[in-house]
Design a protein around this ligand. Structure first.
Ligand code: 15L
Length: 311
């Protein structure tokens, strides 16, 4: 049985995927926050990927890495720099030094969030990130391209829409992905024999999709779910927000300076990390993320909407 390292294992996406992948792979879970292994074959190793030493330690001897460990929404630069840019680099580099043959990189719809909703985009479009978070995802995709071309690592980038048991609002009807469809994509990343560097969209077969996901279909993806059965109910309660957020695929991300981190670090870990990185205030603020949607333009994000930003 292959061993898969999952970084960011305490987060929402990892929690959904663990249920789907249990029994199919030996799962080495890693996060700054503790995670309780709860299936045979699961183990946990505490690590901070902002440290190369930690990244080297957790990636030793695995067959593939699913890199979910990052600040998963828009945040201040210090936080994005440490968690996503430095953390991302460390993990690719550690994988290379440890001879890990495959990397599944969790990128995001926010790498292309400034495309309009009336456009259908495929995996070849020029990046249009909708914030620092989106830029960090493009950075990760670039690392994937580099490590594939230069070092022969098989890299599979999934631009995840919104992963969850059900779609949660109008925008997510276009970008939702069910846990089993996401697990299918991850499995393609682990198993497909002909991957060198690929970008696919992590979305179910949504009728309202903004993506031409033919690259995923070419690699065998056959999504089982579609958000449409939820549409009538969600459209009934939809209240249009900021016009720019309504115009672009990235939604609130195109107008927000910070969005609440759906999976903040516990205070103690956040303090430790901030101290180590010399970015005490900024990192702690983002990591603890109390009330973190700051919008320069009109349109208030309600607590519910902020919670819904969680992947
Ligand atoms: C993402 O990339 C985030 O990680 C997630 O928390 C959601 O906000 C999602 O995008 C989305 O656009 O709904």
């Amino acid at each position: 049985m292959k061993t898969l390292l999952i970084t960011g294992a305490a987060g929402g996406v990892a929690t959904l995927l663990r249920r789907e992948l249990a029994g199919r792979y030996r799962l080495r879970l890693s996060d700054l926050r503790p995670v309780k292994p709860n299936a045979p074959g699961e183990s946990f190793t505490k690590a901070d990927v902002a440290s190369l030493r930690d990244a080297l330690r957790i990636s030793r001897g695995v067959d593939a890495i699913l890199h979910l460990g990052a600040h998963s929404v828009e945040g201040d630069w210090e936080t994005i720099l440490n968690a996503n840019i430095i953390g991302g680099y460390n993990l690719f580099e550690a994988a290379r030094r440890n001879g890990v043959p495959r990397m599944i990189f969790a990128t995001s719809n926010h790498a292309v969030g400034f495309y309009r909703r009336d456009q259908t985009i495929d995996h070849t479009v020029y990046p249009k990130p909708d914030g620092r978070y989106g830029v960090s995802k493009i950075f990760g995709e670039s690392l994937a391209s580099l490590y594939s071309d230069k070092y022969g690592m098989r890299c599979f980038c999934i631009r995840i829409g919104n992963a969850g048991p059900v779609p949660i609002d109008k925008r997510r009807l276009s970008i939702w992905i069910s846990p089993r469809d996401l697990a299918q994509l991850v499995t393609i990343g682990i198993e497909h024999p002909d991957i060198s560097f690929e970008i696919v969209y992590g979305v179910s077969a949504n009728t309202r999709s903004w993506y031409d996901n033919r690259n995923a279909y070419r690699l065998g993806y056959r999504p089982q779910d579609n958000s449409e059965p939820y549409a009538a109910e969600l459209l009934k309660v939809h209240r249009p927000g900021d016009p720019r957020a309504e115009l672009y695929q990235g939604g609130a991300f195109v107008v927000s300076e910070e969005i609440e981190n759906p999976a903040p670090l516990p205070r103690k870990a956040a303090r430790k990390t901030a101290g180590k990185r010399g970015a005490r205030g900024a990192t702690r603020r983002a990591a603890a993320s109390k009330a973190a949607v700051r919008k320069p333009t009109a349109g208030k994000a309600t607590a519910t909407r902020r919670r819904r930003a969680a992947r």
